[in-house]
Design a protein around this ligand. Structure first.
Ligand code: 5AD
Ligand code: SF4
Length: 441
């Protein structure tokens, strides 16, 4: 029997990468690797990269530069680059950093074990195809250990929307939905391993249209209703969505499906119709606001989250004001805001940039407003009793921490055996990024 080897995975970017990293680690588990927490201890280092904003490729090259001494100290150390930078840069990675043994794009993780065999023979392995088959269905699995109470499950990948600023359609490819039966099987497996909450992931998850149990095409709402039938699965979330794919069935599910949590991430990106058009968003500010009204009519206590980009090419002060107006009108419980960053290969990257100092200033003003709204949403929780799924011990002795239905982090004094359980908590204090509460009953 050969000794087991050690794998260190570093994940950048979105939750989909977190999910992919878990799947890759499981697949490599079957090839004899156990995960470790420090790169110094590893026989194999895998960087799972993100290309969405900023100098993503440069960051990967400098990270590789930092790994160089480890490789020099241990020539047997294998180094791999996965994810969206791998997809975008391909062979260039090995040209610029010859110590890299393996480059694998996001759609070919199921070929990892075979690639690792080649790497084991001292060869280089590169695969950035967009194959037809479902990579997750072909991933080998090692032993499946118990795991924490929350999990991600990728149900859809890729994007056909082509927002003019975004690399996702190029790095992750066209929209593909995984079939319902496989997703149910995977969800049941997760529940058997201790999971109580599943977040369904997709770059454009509400455009989900997988093959259903009856052979017909199912939308996301149908998938959610079927998942909700799983005993022991108590909470369902999904992220991230496009306003144009928020169909009636999904809106209704927010009002009627108890297991679907009252939190929705629905990016709008900007509040000016001129900019929305230039972004190729295919909706207006007005249609977005009306949509939010309908969703809130279905689920009045829903906490809304969004993404914003400031300084998109051509954005004037007036356009930016329209974004502030929209935020003021809609009201977000939490939000992510970014300064526009030109991504090579996207249509917007060919247009003239807004003055960077101006863009910085807008980002600060937008963030000030969003932070205020986040505070207000949190403060309004004080005095209410919410359900918390406890995930782990808190930072203080005797504390445990978890998430409320509304996805707020909540700390309480309580016994560690509540970890993995859902319990009612009365919120007593709102802190900068979390809530403090006490167990009820
Ligand atoms: N520049 C800035 N932000 C971007 N995002 C996507 N592409 C860019 C870009 N080129 C943001 C969008 C998206 C989130 C995941 O990242 O707001 O919703
Ligand atoms: Fe990118 Fe737009 Fe697709 Fe979201 S909907 S992944 S922003 S192209």
């Amino acid at each position: 029997m050969t000794a087991r080897k050690k794998l260190f995975v570093k994940t950048y970017g979105c939750q989909m990468n977190v999910y992919d990293s878990e799947r890759m680690a499981e697949a490599l588990g079957a090839s004899g690797y156990d995960q470790v927490a420090a790169p110094e201890d590893a026989d194999m280092i895998l960087l799972n990269t993100c290309h969405i904003r900023e100098k993503a490729a440069e960051k990967v090259y400098s990270e590789l530069g930092r790994l160089k001494p480890l490789r020099e100290a241990n020539p047997d150390l294998k180094i791999g680059v996965a994810g969206c930078v791998a997809q975008a840069e391909g062979e260039e990675i090995m040209r610029r950093q010859p110590m890299v043994d393996l480059v694998v794009g996001p759609q070919t993780y199921h070929r990892l074990p075979r690639m690792m065999e080649a790497v084991g023979r001292g060869e280089k392995a590169l695969d950035t195809d967009f194959p037809e088959e479902d990579k997750f269905a072909h991933l080998p699995k090692a032993r499946l250990p118990k795991r924490g109470p929350t999990a991600f499950l990728t149900v859809q990948e890729g994007c056909d929307k082509f927002c003019s600023f975004c690399v996702v359609p190029y790095t992750r490819g066209a929209e593909v939905s995984r079939p319902v039966d496989r997703l149910l099987r995977e969800a049941r497996e997760l529940v058997e391993r201790g999971v109580r909450e599943i977040t369904l992931l997709g770059q454009n998850v509400n455009a989900y249209h997988g093959s259903g149990l009856d052979g017909a095409e199912w939308g996301l709402a149908q998938l959610i209703w079927e998942m909700a039938e799983i005993d022991g699965l108590d909470r369902i979330r999904f992220t991230t969505s496009h306003p144009n794919d928020m169909d009636d069935a999904l809106i209704e599910a927010h009002g009627t499906c108890d297991k679907l949590m009252p939190y929705l991430h629905l990016p709008v990106q900007a509040g000016s119709d001129r900019i929305l058009k230039a972004m190729n968003r295919k909706h207006t500010a007005e249609s977005y606001v009306r949509l939010i009204e309908r969703i809130r009519a279905a689920r009045p206590d829903l906490v809304l989250s969004g993404d914003f980009i400031v300084g998109f090419p051509g954005e004037t002060e007036e356009d930016f004001q329209a974004t502030l107006d929209l935020v003021a009108e809609v009201g977000y419980g939490t939000a992510y805001s970014f300064k526009y960053s030109a991504r090579p290969g996207t249509p917007a990257s060919e247009r003239a940039m807004v003055d960077p100092a101006e863009a910085d200033d807008r980002l600060q003003r937008l963030q000030a407003l969003l932070t205020e709204q986040q505070r207000a949403t949190q403060d309004a929780m004080v005095g209410r009793t919410v359900k918390v799924l406890f995930e782990k011990p808190g930072r203080m002795d005797g504390q445990i921490t978890g998430k409320s239905d509304y996805l707020h982090a909540v700390h309480v004094d309580g016994p560690a055996d509540l970890i993995g359980e859902i319990a009612p908590v009365e919120i007593v204090e709102s802190r900068p990024n979390s809530l403090a509460g006490r167990l009820v009953g």
